[in-house]
Design a protein around this ligand. Structure first.
Ligand SMILES: [Zn+2]
Length: 450
């Protein structure tokens, strides 16, 4: 396959551009023409690396517009108790599959080729990651999956969640699934007992994969850790042996200087979810203090990384005029780096020789010059997922002319409607979750410098 006529952004950090054919052989970017190949006309297009969503929840894909009849939530914990911890308990295997298909479809159509998913379905745990893997494989998306281990639904489900992570990570390795990797998933400090957290850390170490865990998304997580464990969230993770260079923390909004120091010392990664943080009114992540190992996720608000990266940028600029338009590109490159680590594919996230051919063809009639020093400006002020025309994952076209190539997308959406109705009906019969974090009201922490 030879992509012809495009301006190619071969790397997002640093930005590199070539105006040359892109050769794809055996699923990877090849270095030299030489032989022939099928031509794919990309004249006038911009070709960019496939986007990586570093933290999402595909299980929430059928939540949009669902009815809500309870008292409106007043804080983050109530949002979990009254919305997400009801939805996850309503999920069965059909609902998991339909959610993954809808979420995966929308990801690919918006130019996201890799999804780092964090799944919860307490009444359908065993085999749930296989269901998601199969749905995403059907579509042709790349994924890094885990199950959200938690004690909030009792010790049996905590054990079942961890067992699902272990089983799936072992299956990925045994079957050498090309487009999927497993992590050990855990919900958050405030729903994890010491025993469960230690078991998650052990599993991650033993299987040599990362732990994917929410950390200090809301201050309630910190208060709980201080009240029950006498230390803050990241200190608790470190104490449990759950913080290393493979660890992926989600949110980290309330991390103090000491915790950020621990994250840096461990060289762990953090997925920043700007729109979700705004939507839940939980505060602002300290992005400048957090530094370079910050990737971007959607936390389940779709998987459109053009939209997410722009929103994250504008939210940051509101506080910090020093942030340049290259900031979102560096964050997206960081997401690709952590995916590359998980896959053991060094070039993932670039369009450079040897890299897996995950790329997006943008139909973009640039009205101003496109060069290495102007790509960031185009990204933030011009491009969006409406420009996504074709999408390739591992050398295969999974979207052509804005349509999925492997699945009938109208049929998929029509089937999802039925599943959504059944899911919402079950949800209606489930009351608010009774689990409460400890720690009561906020008090000043000796470790908090702000
Ligand atoms: Zn999340």
């Amino acid at each position: 396959m030879i992509l012809t006529g495009a301006t190619v952004v071969t790397s997002l950090d640093p930005v590199r551009i070539v105006r040359d054919d892109v050769l794809v052989t055996d699923g990877c970017i090849a270095s030299d023409g030489g032989g022939g190949g099928e031509l794919h006309d990309c004249s006038g297009c911009l070709v960019v690396p496939g986007n990586v969503c570093a933290h999402t929840h595909l299980y929430s894909a059928l939540a949009r517009g669902m009815p809500y009849a309870l008292e409106p939530p007043q804080n983050f914990v109530q949002i979990l108790q009254r919305v997400w911890w009801r939805l996850d308990r309503a999920l069965d295997t059909d609902g998991i599959r339909a959610s993954a298909l809808v979420g995966g479809m929308e990801a690919l159509l918006s130019g996201t080729t890799t999804l780092v998913d964090h799944h919860a379905s307490p009444n359908a745990i065993d085999g749930s990651l296989d269901v998601i893997e199969e749905a995403l494989r059907t579509l042709g998306a790349r994924s890094i999956l885990c199950y959200e281990t938690s004690d909030r639904d009792g010790p049996e489900r905590a054990q079942a969640g961890l067992a699902e992570n272990r089983r799936f990570a072992q299956r990925v390795r045994r079957e050498q699934l090309p487009l999927t990797r497993g992590l050990i998933g855990a919900h958050a400090s405030f729903t994890l007992s010491d025993e469960t957290l230690a078991a998650c850390a052990d599993a991650a170490r033993e299987l040599e994969v990362g732990l994917h865990v929410h950390a200090a998304e809301d201050d309630a997580d910190e208060r709980d850790a201080e009240a029950l464990h006498g230390m803050r969230v990241v200190a608790r993770l470190a104490h449990a042996g759950a913080l290393d260079r493979r660890t992926l923390l989600a949110h980290g909004v309330h991390l103090d200087d000491h915790e950020i120091g621990l994250v840096h010392a461990a060289n762990a990664s953090l997925a920043h979810n700007a729109r979700s943080n705004m939507n839940n009114s939980i505060g602002r992540a300290r992005l400048n203090a957090l530094g370079p190992r910050v990737a971007l996720g959607t936390d389940g608000i779709g998987s459109d990384m053009f939209e997410e990266s722009r929103a994250a940028y504008f939210r940051l600029r509101e506080d910090d005029l020093g942030a340049g338009p290259d900031w979102p590109l560096k964050r997206l490159a960081e997401g690709a780096r952590l995916a590359a680590d998980a896959f053991g594919e060094r070039g993932l996230g670039t369009i450079e020789p040897g890299a897996p051919a995950d790329l997006v063809v943008l139909d973009y009639a640039a009205p101003t010059p496109v060069a290495a020093d102007s790509v960031a400006g185009h990204w933030v002020f011009g491009l969006s997922s409406r420009n996504v025309r074709d999408v390739m994952v591992a050398g295969e076209w999974v979207v052509l002319d804005r349509r999925l190539t492997r699945v009938d997308q109208e049929e998929l959406a029509a089937e999802a409607l039925g599943h959504a109705e059944r899911l919402w009906k079950r949800l209606d019969e489930i009351g608010p979750h009774q689990f409460e974090p400890k720690g009561g009201r906020r008090w000043p922490s000796p470790l908090t410098i702000e």
